[in-house]
Design a protein around this ligand. Structure first.
Ligand code: XIL
Length: 441
């Protein structure tokens, strides 16, 4: 992960450790070595180190279960109603609104100091029966009325709204999804966003979808083009939500970070809104780590929400895709997520003579068998960086530094090219980011 990008809010500053007699001052980029200074011990605390939030979906009917609320309250600071703010829940009969369960979730969240993501104002799915049977201009008006009424009810209490959910088709067409809403006219999405902005000017307005994680997919490109068009024409949009439901059919793509950074470059926040990754053990843990690292590497990736608390709470419970097991125990995926959130060391913002040096490590291009690692030294122009390759990893290549060794611990020293250098590492079974420590010889 990149630790040199400007995060949404200033990170807590990590002072270099002064070792009285030794000139070397070392800040490891690896998790273990920084945890004593910076580690958050919960997901929300660790995410907050870089100004991000860590959230979960909550079901109102579980708020009376203390095993559930204990975990939810301890670990998460952004709450999404799993079903309670959807169209069928909030407007069961036309123009008769029911906010009971949505309000229960908002009130639990706010009384525990948490923020709320609103989900969702306009969607082809989970529509009430009356809406499913509507079409044309009557449906368009009913949809806009729904957006206005619901966003007005929650005005001032919502961090971000998923204004429109899942409006694009899967597959290679890049087309809009056919739905009764789409058949009211192609401009239904922007109409919904304008209505939401008018109703709650302070909520961030997001477009949210799934299968939009792989940068090369037609659906991803279609959403990208929608956002670009909205930004160009001044249609109000502030964020893109990537649901990020992953499993073996839909794995975490190797270009995920490219997708996040490409959306962010359009001038919108990126939120990972419904993360779950089916699997178990170290493979699942590794996938969670990759998602977190990708988000941390993109300064406008402002938060991550998982789609439920325990595996047994998941809409895909049989895939055990969450961070806690059914008994509320932390899984390996929890630990890798927490460690990844804690993994960033912050460069000393005002290095002084005698401070020694710090090094930050970030993952760059990745291929099937190998990946690039970028290293940036600050604090000194003379330095020696020890790089701890992970497992059986081996060195393929290096640039902008003299690197000795090929496996285990490598040593890098300046070759006149400055303080930023890189290596290519063969994975040989481990995709973990190498650690690095810097000393002034
Ligand atoms: C799911 C809920 O988790 C289930 O309880 C419900 O039966 C169906 O919807 N994309 C979304 C979410 O945007 O609203 C969906 O939530 C999961 C997929």
């Amino acid at each position: 992960m990149t630790r040199t990008l400007t995060p949404p809010r200033p990170r807590r500053r990590l002072r270099a450790i002064s070792l009285a007699t030794v000139t070397a001052v070392v800040l490891a980029a690896g998790v273990a070595a920084t945890s004593a200074q910076a580690a958050g011990s919960t997901l929300q605390a660790a995410a907050a180190e870089s100004g991000r939030y860590f959230g979960t979906a909550i079901a109102a009917n579980k708020l009376s279960e203390s095993a559930y609320t204990t975990i939810a309250n301890r670990e998460f600071n952004m709450i999404t109603a799993e079903n309670e703010m959807k169209l069928d829940a909030t407007e069961p009969n036309q123009n008769q609104f029911n906010f009971t369960n949505g309000d229960r979730i908002v009130s639990w969240a706010r009384s525990n100091g948490k923020q709320v993501r609103g989900h969702t104002l306009a969607w082809h799915s989970q529509q009430p029966g009356w809406m499913q049977n509507m079409s044309g201009s009557a449906l368009r008006s009913a949809m806009l009325n729904h957006v206005t009424q619901v966003a007005t009810h929650y005005r001032g209490q919502i961090h971000s709204w998923d204004v429109v959910n899942e409006a694009f088709a899967d597959g290679s067409s890049g087309a809009r999804r056919d739905s009764n809403l789409q058949r009211t006219g192609n401009d239904w999405i922007e109409a919904a966003f304008r209505a939401a902005r008018a109703a709650d000017p302070n909520a961030k307005l997001c477009y949210n979808d799934y299968n939009t994680d792989d940068w090369t997919h037609a659906k991803t490109q279609a959403v990208y083009n929608l956002v670009r068009d909205f930004k160009a024409r001044g249609v109000p949009i502030d964020c893109v939500g990537l649901q990020s439901h992953f499993n073996s059919q839909s794995p975490v793509p190797s270009n995920y970070q490219t997708t996040l950074s490409s959306f962010a470059a359009l001038g919108v926040d990126v939120q990972i809104t419904e993360l779950d990754i089916e699997g178990s053990g170290s493979a699942q843990a590794d996938n969670y780590r990759r998602v977190v690292e990708a988000c941390l590497a993109v300064s406008r990736c402002t938060g991550i929400s998982v789609w439920g608390v325990r595996d047994t709470d998941s809409w895909r419970a049989s895939g055990t895709p969450l961070l806690f097991d059914g008994n509320g125990n932390k899984k390996a995926a929890y630990t890798s997520t927490l460690n990844a959130l804690n993994g960033g060391s912050t460069p000393d913002p005002d290095p002084e003579p005698g401070d020694g040096c710090t090094v930050t490590v970030s993952r760059a291009n990745e291929w099937g068998d190998r990946f690039n690692v970028s290293l940036a030294v600050s604090g000194s122009s003379t330095w020696r960086v020890s790089i701890g390759l992970q497992g059986a990893q081996s060195l393929q290549n290096s640039w902008n530094a003299t690197v000795s060794g090929t496996s285990g611990t490598l040593t890098a020293t300046p070759n006149g090219a400055g303080n930023n250098f890189g290596i290519t590492v063969y994975k040989n079974g481990s995709t973990n980011l190498p650690t690095a420590t810097c000393s002034v010889p």
